[in-house]
Design a protein around this ligand. Structure first.
Ligand code: AMP
Length: 283
């Protein structure tokens, strides 16, 4: 496995792979890898002859007062995990190489980025779409894999790829959870043991919503109320949003159906966690 920091070097290598007719799969990450990332890498291994994982804590997608500086980083540990998952190349650029002086170009997806995390983190998705577009131009993947854990991000990237005619196949992957249901996230490292326990209210609330839906409940407002009540009962939890929306358009729904996305963002202490499920789907 090779670790490449230079944008130019990565681009030359990708050009050479392409010239040899090799299929490139890309898994973009911010590092501090866990089993969720590894599941994307293992699938990527089967979809491309060359598997590239990018590790880049992208300053452009963090707002003022967010956790850019404290975001966990450990390239040595990440390299071991990536190698085990079959990664051929880690692309770990420096921010100064991605956004050199004079940088002023951005990719903006409009409607889909307004609700949910777009509402609570203004500018976040502009940072995400811009860096993903840049990674596509640098790594030149045929296919790129993203987790449904960041459901809105996946929807926004699918939209960008279609709207801007990017020749990259986007693959969405199921959420990987800890044995007790907590969705895996690099940010879980921030949680104290007590907060780690409190954080289970997210997956429990989603499970409860799904149970009620399976029992015949279709009133979105009522389902939302039940979720809010469950999370509010947890003293360490502060709700950012709880929403029921169409899984494709992300429009709000009054009546829930199999294609309804339940999306949550909750602060546990200082740590903002997200989770979601689609009511008609298993994962
Ligand atoms: P991040 O490093 O948090 O930016 O995540 C990199 C990629 O891994 C994104 O496509 C995420 O959606 C995906 N990912 C993160 N956590 C999980 C998880 N628990 N299950 C599946 N995919 C995940």
């Amino acid at each position: 496995m090779e670790i490449i920091e230079s944008v130019k070097e990565m681009q030359s290598l990708a050009t050479a792979f392409r010239a040899e007719g090799k299929r490139i799969a890309l898994v973009p990450t911010m590092g501090y890898l866990h089993e969720g990332h590894a599941s994307l890498m293992r699938e990527g291994r089967s979809l491309g002859e060359i598997l590239v994982a990018s590790i880049f804590v992208n300053p452009a997608q963090f707002g003022a007062g967010e956790d850019f500086d404290s975001y966990p980083r450990d390239l040595e540990r990440d390299s071991r995990l990536a190698a085990e998952a079959g990664v051929d190349v880690i692309f770990a650029p420096r921010a100064s190489d991605m956004y050199p002086p004079g940088y002023q170009s951005w990719v903006d997806v409009e409607r889909l980025t307004l609700p949910l995390c777009g509402g609570s983190r203004p500018g976040h998705f502009r940072g995400v779409t811009t860096v993903v577009c840049k990674l596509f131009n640098i790594v030149m993947p045929h296919t790129a894999l993203f987790g449904k854990k960041d459901y809105q991000q996946l929807a926004v990237i699918r939209r960008m790829t279609a709207d801007l005619n990017m020749a990259v196949e986007i693959v969405g992957m199921p959420i990987v959870r800890e044995a007790d249901g907590l969705a895996m996230s690099s940010r879980n490292a921030y949680l104290t043991p007590a907060e780690r326990e409190s954080a289970l209210c997210l997956s429990r609330a989603l499970g409860e919503a799904r149970t009620l839906f399976r029992g015949g409940e279709r009133d979105a407002a009522l389902l939302r109320e039940k979720i809010v009540a469950l999370i509010t009962a947890e003293p360490a939890a502060r709700i950012d949003y709880v929403e029921l929306r169409d899984m494709e358009t992300l429009d709000e729904v009054a009546a829930a159906n199999e294609r309804t996305l339940v999306a949550l963002a909750v602060k546990i202490g200082k740590t903002r966690l997200i989770d979601n499920c689609v009511l008609g789907e298993e994962n």
